[in-house]
Design a protein around this ligand. Structure first.
Ligand code: SAH
Length: 387
């Protein structure tokens, strides 16, 4: 039940960002734990969910959309399942500096009479903004516009940089299509390097506008450390980091194993992963740009010996092609990181009917105030020693 008190976000009834506003944090965790027990309890006991000490302002990647209403530029999140904007100025889950910058962009857009994108005619300028903040405080601003030349945008950028010296790069991205995707294809760096560098568990990672990077640093470290603890590496393993994004997990595991191969569909993410390996001086890792299932099949054809697989697929989970190849490769350990509890349940049912046993289930609360639940599961071959 939603309880309104002084801590409840004033936009909670309209905004599509959070689903658990007004529910005390301890109760949110109980609800998530109960949900995971209901879904996965028949496989194995579920550990208590790892929650946050302070569940506010954890998001380091923030998107906001613009519209022009009654001669005013407005900016914020969409009302759930619509394209109406809620002016969620002091959003409780966003980084506070990012909230402030977004409001400044809105005010500057008004001041310089920047044209605002019209979703019906697919014409006009400023459409969305994406802010990414690194843990060392570097900030990237991506201005998503209907065209690559928007009148007076330079003045807006100049004033914004002056006000916030922590903005180290500003990128212009064009998106004039009818789509719910925020970013379009064309990108131009207006200022700085076009990316920021973030730190996770002691390594540096390049974060470009399009690359996937977990949005909650504190909990990402808890998540990755859980995965590494569960895998209990001995130093001799060949490890696959499937759905590796910019290579974060594989790079963190590299010092614990003999070699790592990361596989990922997004070519931009793979480019970042290769750079991340170089910058962190990790040389026992390589990356392949391919569908994870295809790649696993190619390993089966090569008869490659794989000791461990960490997979971190998107919400829809891994497909049959991937799972069947995994079963053929038959690694000793599988660590499954999931952001989709339903697909996780299905994938686990498939694997546990075919020779794997679940050894541990650990939910992690990466997204307080929302319904989302992240889970790490350790599996190993049935009948063998668990670790
Ligand atoms: N492990 C990374 C990224 C996880 S997000 C991290 O923790 O940062 C899931 C990733 O799977 C995304 O980068 C997405 O591009 C990738 N992906 C989606 N479908 C894929 C497929 N069929 N094969 C390989 N990678 C895929």
């Amino acid at each position: 039940m939603r309880i309104k008190d002084k801590n409840t976000c004033p936009y909670a009834d309209y905004c599509g960002g959070c689903q658990m506003q007004g529910i005390p944090y301890a109760q949110q965790l109980n609800k998530k734990e109960a949900r995971m027990n209901q879904l996965l309890g028949r496989f194995h006991s579920v550990n208590p969910i790892l929650g946050m000490q302070d569940p506010y302002h954890y998001r380091n990647k923030i998107n906001a959309s613009f519209a022009y209403v009654d001669h005013r530029v407005i900016c914020g999140n969409y009302v759930e399942s619509t394209h109406m904007i809620v002016e969620s100025k002091d959003c409780q889950i966003n980084d506070e500096k990012a909230n402030e910058i977004i409001e400044s962009i809105r005010v500057l857009a008004q001041k310089y009479r920047i044209s605002i994108f019209n979703e019906d005619t697919l014409k006009g300028g400023l459409r969305h903004v994406m802010i990414r903040v690194s843990s060392s405080g570097e900030i990237m601003v991506v201005l998503i516009c209907g065209s690559m030349s928007v009148m007076h945008l330079d003045e807006l950028v100049k004033e914004l940089k002056k006000k916030y010296p922590e903005i180290t790069t500003v990128v212009l991205n064009q998106n004039n299509r009818h789509t719910s995707m925020v970013l379009g294809n064309q990108t131009k760096t207006l200022y700085g390097k076009g990316y920021i560098t973030d730190q996770l568990c002691g390594l540096d990672f390049r974060v470009s506008p399009k690359s996937f990077f977990q949005v909650n640093k504190r909990q990402t470290e808890a998540l990755y450390n859980t995965a590494i603890r569960m895998a209990h590496f001995e130093g001799k393993e060949t490890l696959i980091d499937a759905y590796c994004g910019t290579g974060t997990i594989g790079l963190l595991c590299a010092k614990h194993v003999k070699e790592v191969i990361g596989v990922e569909l997004n070519k931009d993410a793979i480019k970042d992963a290769v750079i991340n390996a170089k910058n962190n001086r990790v040389d026992n890792i390589r990356f392949v740009a391919d569908d994870a299932g295809n790649f696993m099949r190619s390993l089966v054809r090569e008869k490659k010996k794989i000791d461990a697989v960490i997979l971190d697929p998107p919400r829809k989970g891994a497909d049959r092609k991937f799972l069947d190849a995994l079963l053929t490769l038959s690694p000793k350990k599988v660590v499954y990181i999931s952001c989709g509890p339903e697909s996780l349940k299905e994938n686990l049912a498939y694997l546990t009917k075919r020779g794997y046993q679940i050894r541990e289930i650990q939910p992690v609360d990466m997204f307080p105030f929302t319904n989302h639940i992240e889970t790490v599961v350790l599996l190993s071959r049935t009948g063998e020693k668990p670790r």
